[in-house]
Design a protein around this ligand. Structure first.
Ligand code: ACO
Length: 428
């Protein structure tokens, strides 16, 4: 492979270095394109062909269905690790020793209290507010209560900001849920594990002793691991873009939450269950919905199908499909929606339209089924995804800041009016 790419514009040839990543991904380094050509840019809406950064965190190969965090396969991590360990791995690059993990957990716990005044902000939201809007607002508001976390000048400042958001964010997710349910707000229990504590904060009732269900704990831990990072997806790119202006960690994460909210991204897990419910209410005829999805005159899309990067299979979907079956079996839940999901997947996977476009069930096709079995209301699904993605956002933000990356500022091709004289109001 040549290490030079040649581009010819208006008869002049320019040379650009070709760089190769650790897994042999090839990229043309066009950092000097504008300066050497006198203003030529590249046009790539949706960044389908653009690598926005060099990153050592997550590798994924969409064609082969590979996902690795810091070199470890998602299958092994989901099987052998736990969420707290994966958080550490993503952010600091290595699996922690027992001592490192215990210190990290204690540091997070020591920063997990949320200022009582944040409850007043939460009070201002209607009960019907979408949890993602609430979470984004409260995460941004945390900046006001923790001003030091904005201006990170040292490794220690950065570490403290990271521990703060890891400690406080699960509290905010639980509060967003409990507000919607009309339950008193809890602060958690530092004698418990990270995910265990979160589950207790979510589901503990004021008049009952809380008993942890190990099946629920295991399934949720696995789900959080599967969602923990996915390289430069829409919300992660948002976190890096916002963070590149040196806005603080909490403001950057808040922007990431807003990006994740959309139904083409994290909001898909909510959209999947709503779609499956609609199909059930419509008599369960999923073939009709397959035809709708294929009809170019119908805007309907099969939610939970297709992925910008995975064009073979989504390795997370394979793991989660098995976990969903296990949870439903263990909890003794017979969910007709799962039958519809199974049927829909089977038909779509053998249909030429889906096969020729490489459309496969993605992670969100099955995650909602687990959340539902755990008793989590549908609007909270994407908030659960946000909790899982939090370490990825943090790791990517830290990497971006540590490398002193320049502020993100793409160019455009202007296609509007050229210069024209102002028209007085009376003549318009
Ligand atoms: N149902 C029906 N047709 C689809 C679907 C779908 N879910 N997804 C893509 N297609 C079709 C498109 O109509 C297009 O067909 P055409 O070539 O005949 O015009 C072709 O497949 C390619 O689609 P694009 O939209 O160009 O693919 P892109 O990579 O831009 O989009 C996306 C990926 C947004 C995920 C898309 O597949 C989609 O909308 N899926 C449903 C929403 C969803 O599940 N999102 C979750 C993604 S995973 C995550 O964020 C964790």
């Amino acid at each position: 492979m040549s290490d030079i790419a040649i581009l010819e514009v208006n008869g002049i040839k320019y040379e650009f270095p070709v760089i190769v990543g650790a897994e042999n991904e090839v990229s043309i380094d066009i950092k000097t394109l504008r300066s050497v050509t006198g203003g030529v840019t590249t046009l790539d809406p949706g960044f389908k062909n653009t690598s926005s950064c060099e990153s050592a965190i997550t590798f994924l190969d969409g064609e082969k269905g590979i996902l690795r965090y810091r070199g470890y396969s998602i299958e092994e991590l989901a099987d052998k690790s736990d969420f707290l360990e994966v958080i550490y791995l993503l952010i600091f690059g290595e699996l922690p020793t027992k001592e490192e993990k215990s210190k990290f957990h204690k540091d997070i716990q020591s920063k997990s209290l949320v200022d009582e005044d944040v409850k007043k902000i939460l009070d201002g939201f209607p009960k019907t507010a979408h949890p993602m809007g609430v979470l984004s607002a409260l995460t941004s508001a945390l900046t006001a209560f923790n001003p030091k976390s904005v201006d990170v000048k040292s490794e220690q400042d950065m570490y403290n900001a990271i521990c703060k958001i890891l400690g406080k964010f699960p509290v905010l997710v639980a509060w967003a849920y409990r507000k919607e349910e009309g339950l008193p707000l809890a602060y958690g229990d530092n004698s418990l594990g990270y995910v265990e504590n979160f589950i207790k904060m979510m589901f503990e009732l004021p008049n009952e002793k809380f008993v942890m269900n190990p099946v629920v704990l295991d399934a949720l831990d696995k789900l959080l691991i599967l969602h923990a990072d996915h390289e430069q997806n829409c919300s992660t790119s948002t976190v890096r873009v916002v963070g590149s202006s040196h806005a603080g960690l909490f403001a950057s994460i808040s922007a990431g939450i807003s990006a994740l909210w959309g139904p083409l991204h994290g909001g898909a897990n909510q959209a999947v269950i709503e779609m499956l419910e609609d199909i059930k209410a419509d008599g369960g005829d999923y073939q009709k919905y397959i035809e709708k999805a294929k009809d170019k005159n119908d805007p309907f899309r099969l939610m939970g199908f297709g992925h910008r990067v995975y064009k073979n299979f989504d390795p997370r979907a394979n793991i989660i499909k098995v976990a969903a079956e296990e949870v439903l079996n263990d909890l003794g839940i017979d969910d007709p929606v799962l039958d519809i999901a199974r049927g829909l997947a089977q038909v779509a996977l053998s249909d030429e339209y889906f096969k020729s476009r490489n459309l496969y069930p993605n992670v969100d096709f099955y995650s909602g089924i687990i959340y539902r079995a755990l008793g989590i209301p549908v609007p909270m699904f994407t908030a659960m995804f946000a909790l899982g993605r939090l370490p990825g956002w943090i790791a990517q933000w830290k990497e971006m800041r540590s490398r002193n990356e320049p502020i993100s500022r793409p160019r455009q091709i202007y296609i509007g009016e050229t210069l024209r004289p102002f028209v007085e109001e009376s003549k318009r």
